[in-house]
Design a protein around this ligand. Structure first.
Ligand code: ADP
Ligand code: MG
Length: 729
C-alpha cells in the first residue's frame, strides 16, 4: 500500500512537463481552421447551396434534400482535405457529456472498388440505437430507434480524424431525448416573444438573439494521484479525506501566477479551442488550490453551449497530454470552494441593440427597463423551475450547503438601478399623466447610462445578478450542460414577455397611451416581483431568514426540487411555451430522478467498498503495530513504569477500535438501507428514499475515516491525501 502511494508521488516529481510547441502563426491565422464555417462553406459549396444554408441558419429553417447533397459533398471534400476519415452525428443525450458513433467515409463503389462517400441523407439524419440512453420511459426497447438530425445553426467541425455534425436527438415518435432540442425551442420562443415586445419601440426589429457567455471553473489534479483515488475516478469527487492544514485560508491562489505545468496545459488547450472556433479569452487561477477558470467571448446561446460541451471534451484530452486529470464536479473536495459555471445571458436584436443594456435615448431606456423588469418577474415567478434545472446530486453540495450560491433564487440589481425603479414606481400612477410628469419621468430614465456607469456594486453572492449589460446566472453547476438552465430561463422569460404584451395591449385598448401603459406595467411587475430583489450577502444566515419572511422558496433536497418541474408555473413556461410536451417534461423529471438515485447509489457503494477494504484493514494494521508495541513494553518494563509509558498508546488503540467499529456498523446499515430503497418501484419515491435514508451515511462514515486519517501511520495510508492532491503541480 505504502508503495502505491509513494510511487504515485515519485512519478509526479520525476516527470518532466511536456513541451508545447507554440504555433508561429497568429491566432487569427488558425482560428476556426477545424470548423466548416461560413468561409469554408463559401469555398466548398455551390452558390445556391451556400445561400440556402445561410437562409436556413438565419430563419431557423431546414434545408431540402438536393441542397443537403451538395452540402454533404462540400463538407466531405473539406473534411478529407483536413485529415478526416470518419464522420459522426454529435449530440447531447440526457447523460453528462456528448455522444457520438463514428462511421468511416469508406464504402464500395459501383465496381466494388473502395470509395469515400457521404450523402445528404447521411448528413441530415442518422438512426443510432437509442436504447441505452436515458429517455424516461419514452422509448420502449422494442422501438429503440432514435433519430439524430442536423442542427444547421451549429457548424460541423473536426476532432482528430472525425467530422462531427452537431445534431438534435429525438425518439422514433418525435420526442426530444436530448438537451439541444428544448433549448432550440426555448430560444425560438423567446425570440418571438421579444420581437413582439420590441415592436412597441422599433418596428424594424424582426429577430432577437439570445447570447451566452459561460465561465467554466475546474480543478486540475495530477493524473497518477487521481488514478490512486477510486472515489475520484468513479464518482468525480473525494468521498473522504481530511482537510489539508493549509488550503485556501491565505487567498494566495486566486489570480496568482499560473504554475508552469498548468500554464503549458492552458496554452495547448487554447490553441485547440481556437482551432475549433471556440473564442477562449480569459484564464486565471480560482479561489481553491489547483482550481482554475476559462471564459470565452460570448456567442449566440446554442452555439455557445455546443462550444462549452466541446471544450469540456477537449479539456479532458489535452489535460492527459500534461498528465493532469480535469475535475468538473461541483464539489470535488470538502471544505474548500466548489466549481460553478456562470451563465452570462443577454438578448440582442437584429438592429444591433442589446436589450439588457441602457439605450441611447429615453425610448431605448424604456425598452431596457421593460426587458430588465420582465426578466426579474420571470425569475420571481419561476424560482422553482430555475432551481429544478440546476440542482442535482453534485451541485447540491454547493447550493444550500453554506456555500456559493445559495439555494434561494434572488436577483441582484444594484442600488442605483433599484433606486431608479423605486422612483419610477412612486411617480407612475394609474391616472393619466400630465405632459410635465411624462417629461420628468423620461428625463429621469434618460440618466440611466450615467447611473449604470458608476454602478460599482459588484455583488458576488447573488445567484442571478445584473452586471451592467447582462444577467449572470451563477448557480449553474460546473459539470452541467448549460442547456438545462438556459431552456428554463428562456422559456420563463418568453412566457413573461407574452403576458406583458397581452396586458399592455389591453391597457392601450382601454384608452391608455402606449408609453403610459408600458410605464404602468413596469411599475406593476417591479412591485409584484420585489421579494426576489436582494442586494445583500446571499451566503448569510440572515438572508435565509429574510427570504423565508418574503415567501421565497429555499429547497435543498434534489428530488423535491425536481418535482417543481411539474408545478403549474413550470408547466406554463415549458409546455405552454411550446418548449416541451407533457410527455417530454414528465420523462425529463423521471430521468433526473433516476440520475439522482444512481449517483447516490454509486457514491454509497464506492464509499462502502473503500471503507471496508482500504480503510479498515489499514487502521487495523496500524492498531496491531501499536498492540505489539504495547506488549513489548510490558515485557521490558515493570508494571508501574509500563502503565506510565503505554497509557497514551492504549488510548490510541481504543480510539482506532471505536472508529473501526463505527465504520463497520454504519456501512452495514447503509447497505441495508440501499436494499430497502432498491425495491421501490416509483422513481420519485426511490429518489426521496435515497436522499433521506442513504445519503446521510456518506457524511457519517466519512467523519470516522477522516479521523483515522489523522492518527494512522502516514506510511501505510492507502489514498493520496488532500495536501498531495491539491498542491502537486
Ligand atoms: P467576470 O468574472 O467579471 O464575470 P469574465 O470576463 O470572467 O468576467 O466573464 C464574463 C463573461 O461574460 C464572458 O464570457 C463574456 O464574454 C460574457 N459577456 C460579456 N458581455 C456579455 C453580454 N452582453 N451578454 C452575454 N455575455 C456577456
Ligand atoms: Mg462572471
Amino acid at each position: 500500500m505504502a508503495i502505491l502511494r509513494f510511487q504515485a508521488l515519485a512519478d509526479v516529481m520525476g516527470r518532466t512537463p511536456k513541451a508545447v510547441s507554440f504555433p508561429s502563426k497568429k491566432v487569427t491565422d488558425y482560428y476556426g481552421e477545424l470548423v466548416f464555417g461560413k468561409d469554408a462553406m463559401a469555398k466548398y459549396l455551390s452558390r445556391d447551396a451556400f445561400r440556402a444554408v445561410m437562409t436556413a441558419i438565419e430563419q431557423g429553417d431546414t434545408i431540402d434534400r438536393k441542397v443537403a447533397d451538395n452540402v454533404a459533398a462540400g463538407m466531405k471534400a473539406w473534411a478529407i482535405e483536413n485529415g478526416a476519415t470518419h464522420y459522426t452525428h454529435w449530440f447531447q443525450p440526457l447523460t453528462d457529456g456528448t455522444a457520438e458513433k463514428h462511421d468511416g467515409f469508406i464504402d464500395f463503389g459501383d465496381h466494388d472498388n473502395l470509395i469515400e462517400s457521404f450523402s445528404g441523407k447521411l448528413l441530415a439524419q442518422q438512426e443510432p440505437d437509442a436504447s441505452s440512453f436515458p429517455s424516461g420511459g419514452i422509448r420502449q426497447t422494442f422501438e429503440a430507434r432514435g433519430y439524430t438530425a442536423w442542427d444547421v445553426s451549429s457548424p460541423a467541425f473536426i476532432v482528430g480524424t472525425t467530422l462531427c455534425i452537431p445534431t438534435v436527438f429525438i425518439s422514433y415518435t418525435g420526442e426530444a431525448l436530448d438537451y439541444k432540442t428544448p433549448l432550440l425551442k426555448a430560444l425560438n420562443a423567446v425570440d418571438k416573444a421579444a420581437v413582439d415586445v420590441c415592436q412597441y419601440f422599433d418596428k424594424n426589429v424582426s429577430k432577437v438573439q439570445t447570447n451566452l457567455g459561460w465561465e467554466q471553473e475546474y480543478f486540475l489534479i495530477d493524473e497518477s494521484l487521481f488514478q490512486a483515488r477510486p472515489d475520484l475516478m468513479l464518482t468525480g469527487r473525494t468521498l473522504m479525506g481530511h482537510s489539508s492544514s493549509k488550503d485556501q485560508q491565505l487567498d494566495d491562489h486566486y489570480f496568482g501566477s499560473i504554475p508552469e505545468r498548468v500554464s503549458k496545459f492552458m496554452i495547448e488547450l487554447e490553441i485547440e479551442a481556437h482551432k475549433h472556433g471556440i473564442p477562449a479569452k480569459t484564464r486565471h487561477n480560482e479561489v481553491a488550490p489547483n482550481q482554475f477558470e476559462l471564459a470565452p467571448i460570448f456567442e449566440e446561446a446554442n452555439l455557445a453551449n455546443d462550444h462549452n460541451q466541446l471544450l469540456m471534451d477537449i479539456m479532458k484530452r489535452v489535460a492527459r497530454h500534461h498528465n493532469f486529470e480535469v475535475l468538473f464536479h461541483e464539489k470535488p473536495f470538502a471544505g474548500i470552494n466548489g466549481s460553478g459555471k456562470h451563465n452570462n445571458w443577454s438578448m440582442t436584436t437584429n438592429t444591433g441593440v442589446n436589450l439588457l443594456a441602457p439605450g441611447k435615448n429615453p425610448k431605448g431606456n424604456l425598452q431596457f427597463l421593460t426587458f430588465l423588469v420582465n426578466a426579474m418577474a420571470a425569475v420571481y415567478k419561476n424560482q422553482d423551475l430555475l432551481r429544478a434545472a440546476i440542482l442535482n446530486a453534485s451541485n447540491s453540495h454547493r447550493l444550500g450547503a453554506n456555500e456559493a450560491p445559495p439555494a434561494i433564487v434572488s436577483v441582484f440589481l444594484g442600488s442605483q438601478l433599484s433606486g431608479m425603479l423605486d422612483n419610477l414606481a412612486e411617480k407612475v400612477t394609474d391616472q393619466k399623466m400630465s405632459p410635465e410628469e411624462k417629461t420628468a419621468l423620461k428625463l429621469g430614465i434618460g440618466r440611466l447610462p450615467e447611473i449604470l456607469l458608476d454602478n460599482t456594486d459588484r455583488n458576488r453572492t447573488s445567484p442571478f445578478a445584473f452586471t451592467g449589460n447582462r444577467f449572470e446566472f451563477r448557480a449553474v453547476g460546473s459539470a452541467a450542460n448549460c442547456a438545462a438552465a438556459l431552456t428554463a430561463l428562456n422559456a420563463a422569460v418568453a412566457v413573461q414577455l407574452k403576458d406583458f404584451k397581452v396586458e399592455v395591449d389591453e391597457l392601450i385598448e382601454s384608452g391608455v397611451k402606449k408609453d403610459e401603459a408600458i410605464f404602468q406595467m413596469i411599475k406593476k411587475l417591479y412591485l409584484e416581483s420585489s421579494p426576489i430583489r436582494f442586494d445583500g450577502d446571499g451566503y448569510s444566515q440572515a438572508w435565509v431568514e429574510e427570504a423565508e419572511r418574503r415567501g421565497l422558496s429555499n429547497i435543498t433536497c434534489v428530488p423535491e426540487s425536481l418535482t417543481k418541474y411539474l408545478e403549474p408555473a413550470a408547466r406554463k413556461a415549458l409546455i405552454g411555451g411550446g418548449v416541451m410536451s407533457e410527455k417530454e417534461l414528465e420523462a425529463r423529471v423521471e430521468v433526473e430522478m433516476e440520475k439522482y438515485t444512481m449517483k447516490i447509489q454509486i457514491e454509497s457503494r464506492v464509499l462502502g467498498d473503500l471503507a471496508i477494504n482500504h480503510i479498515v484493514p489499514t487502521a487495523v494494521t496500524y492498531q496491531t503495530t501499536l498492540i505489539h508495541n504495547v506488549q513489548g513494553l510490558r515485557d521490558i518494563f515493570g508494571e508501574a513504569e509500563f502503565e506510565e509509558l503505554a497509557g497514551a498508546r492504549k488510548n490510541l488503540i481504543r480510539e482506532i477500535s471505536g472508529h473501526v467499529s463505527s465504520i463497520k456498523a454504519k456501512v452495514k446499515e447503509m447497505t441495508e438501507a440501499r436494499k430497502v430503497c432498491n425495491v421501490l418501484d416509483d422513481g420519485t419515491e426511490k429518489a426521496y428514499a435515497y436522499d433521506q435514508k442513504v445519503r446521510p451515511y456518506l457524511d457519517d462514515i466519512r467523519y470516522h475515516i477522516d479521523k483515522l486519517e489523522l492518527i494512522v501511520d502516514n506510511d501505510i495510508w492507502p489514498l493520496p491525501k488532500y495536501r498531495e492532491l491539491l498542491f502537486t503541480r
